[in-house]
Write a protein that binds this ligand. Structure first.
Ligand code: NAP
Length: 520
């Protein structure tokens, strides 16, 4: 089966044999993709010419309704998506839910949030300001939807959520979407777009998808396009500096890799609720999606006097994880998405092993349940410990994108915050402490280098949203190596797909146009 591309309003097959998508448990081909002979340029011009005007003819509230209908279509086909996630990614039920249900939740959130913008077609940024003493000449800052296309380039680990968390915001803004999912796991995104297209939810040209290598995509960008990229820092550098992007000063949002930290507060000792909450969170982050989450905890900072107890508790929990074929009901951690990722993660483990010791991992007897180790892409959950984190480098630099984390002892909070910032800018830091003063100091110390600071004590044990969970009402993105991007965060996300302009003119006109706006 070769997946078709939705381009210019038609489903088109690429030429040639294309690339195979492989089941990472069974090692069998599940589908093929090809964009050979299919034009990124045609896809983009159709989106700009047909999809953009049709979307912008609608109000924010009308477009929000479309998001609600997309969520309904996806909900109705959820079982198929779980099956695809299993075949193409080896996703357990929980892994698939994280991606698929997360996508639907985000669409529903933006359907509701967007409805509050009512009949408006433009956004206002701040109040009307007088520019003359007599008040006759005034100014207002307006945000209008960009007139190009949203080019959504996504990573392999979230084919569903990655597509819809971006598309929801672009479509609500009135900007047509060209989706380019990662090749290895494109099937789920492609099927979702196919289902939405079949139900004619969106105006023609509002949603296109091409499944295969990026080719000349970034050479085809033009004025008013926005590139929203998620992937590795290495590819991000290519995207930022692509000649087409540079030529047109194309707006680029980068969500890249990250060495996120979880910090156990200096106050939290063995037996405290915060100690246990940290243990649970680290285990979850190492094993959900086999650690293939940009927000996953990679470094665990603990008071040096708690190091041994934490190492023991984590090792005990990791020993209960059953790794293998998710078709077996006892399994609670699946494979990496491909043999290529397995090799990359194994290389990363070897690199970390140069400066850290293995607390828990493959002792030579690791064997996935119900899977052939030669054909499948499993890696044992691996916890490292590094006794001299200040002197170490790889543990702060190398993002091993799998079920891998390193335990790092710290002397005091100041030391912990300094070590956290060695990640060079990350998506999220979580802090587990019962002490409000530590919360305060950690928040101020972490917020400049982390896009999200996630604070946990016993009072939120049941209600906190999770270190690795990206909520649509909170921003997602981080500075430095995390890409410097910003997605989501409620309606503030719309600004990525709007152009800000100040309108200066006669006060009656400025007042009148301001009355037609909504604030976001
Ligand atoms: P990747 O290799 O960088 O690929 C990301 C996307 O870029 C894919 O769609 C890929 O297409 C495309 N691409 C590759 N070369 C390109 C080029 N020259 N021009 C334009 N697009 C190009 O990343 P990945 O391996 O899929 O994902 C893993 C990485 O993503 C990890 O580092 C992880 O931390 C990061 N990530 C970050 C976030 C976040 O929100 N910050 C979320 C998830 C993942 P092909 O697949 O066709 O090569």
């Amino acid at each position: 089966m070769t997946l078709k591309n939705l381009v210019g309003g038609a489903w088109i097959s690429g030429q040639g044999s294309g690339e195979a998508l492989i089941d990472p448990v069974l090692g069998q081909e599940v589908a093929r993709v090809s964009v050979d002979g299919v034009s990124y340029g045609d896809a983009l011009s159709h989106a700009r010419r047909v999809g953009g005007p049709a979307l912008r003819a609608l109000s924010y509230a009308e477009r929000a309704q479309l998001l609600g209908r997309i969520a309904d279509v996806l909900s109705a086909n959820k079982d198929d998506y779980y099956a695809i996630a299993l075949e193409n990614m080896g996703a357990t039920r929980a892994d698939a839910a994280f991606d698929i249900d997360g996508a639907i939740f985000t669409l529903k959130y933006y359907a509701k949030a967007g409805s509050t913008l009512g009949d408006a077609r433009i956004l206002r940024n701040g109040d009307v300001t007088p520019l003359s003493r007599d008040g006759a000449f005034q100014a207002v800052h307006l945000s209008v939807p960009v007139t190009g296309a949203a080019i959504l380039i996504n990573a392999f680990n979230f084919p569903a959520w990655g597509l819809w968390e971006k598309a929801a915001v672009a479509l609500l803004s009135g900007v047509p979407v060209l989706a380019k999912p990662a090749t290895a796991t494109a099937w789920l995104a492609q099927r979702m777009v196919e289902d939405v297209d079949r139900e004619r939810v969106l105006p023609p040209g509002a949603l296109s998808i091409m499944c295969g290598p990026a080719g000349d995509l970034l050479e085809r960008v033009s004025l008013g396009d926005v590139v929203a990229f998620t992937g590795s820092a290495e590819t991000a550098a290519h995207v930022r500096t692509a000649p087409g992007v540079v030529r047109h000063s194309t707006r680029v949002n980068i969500e890249a890799d990250s060495l996120n930290v979880a910090v156990l507060g200096p106050d939290a000792a063995l037996g405290s609720a915060e100690f246990d909450l940290l243990i649970g969170e680290v285990i979850k982050e190492m094993t959900i999606k086999a650690g293939q989450k940009c927000t996953a905890i990679r470094r665990v900072l603990v008071p040096s006097q708690q190091y041994a107890a934490i190492a023991e508790a984590l090792a005990a929990r990791l020993s209960t994880i059953v790794v293998g074929n998710p078709r077996n009901a006892t399994v609670n951690m699946g494979p990496l998405v491909s043999k290529a990722q397995q090799r990359t993660v194994q290389n990363g483990i070897a690199e970390l092993a140069r400066e850290a010791i293995v607390i828990s991992g493959d002792n030579g007897s690791f064997k996935p349940v119900d899977a052939d180790p030669d054909r499948s892409a499993f890696v044992a959950p691996t916890l490292f410990g590094c006794m001299d984190p200040s002197a170490a480098t790889s543990v702060h630099d190398v993002e091993v994108f799998g079920p891998v984390a390193t335990l790092l002892p710290y002397r005091d909070l100041e030391d912990a915050l300094a070590l956290a910032s060695r990640g060079g800018g990350s998506l999220v830091a979580s802090v587990f402490t019962a002490d409000p003063q530590i919360m305060q100091a950690a928040t101020l110390g972490l917020a400049a280098s982390h896009g999200r600071v996630h604070l946990v004590n016993a009072s939120v044990a049941k209600s906190h949203s999770g270190h690795g969970n990206v909520m649509p009402m909170s921003i997602h993105g981080g500075p430095g190596r995390a890409g410097g991007g910003q997605e989501l965060g409620g309606l503030r996300a719309l600004h990525l797909y709007h152009q800000l302009a100040v309108v200066q003119g006669p006060s009656d006109f400025v007042q009148n146009i301001s009355a037609q706006t909504a604030c976001a």
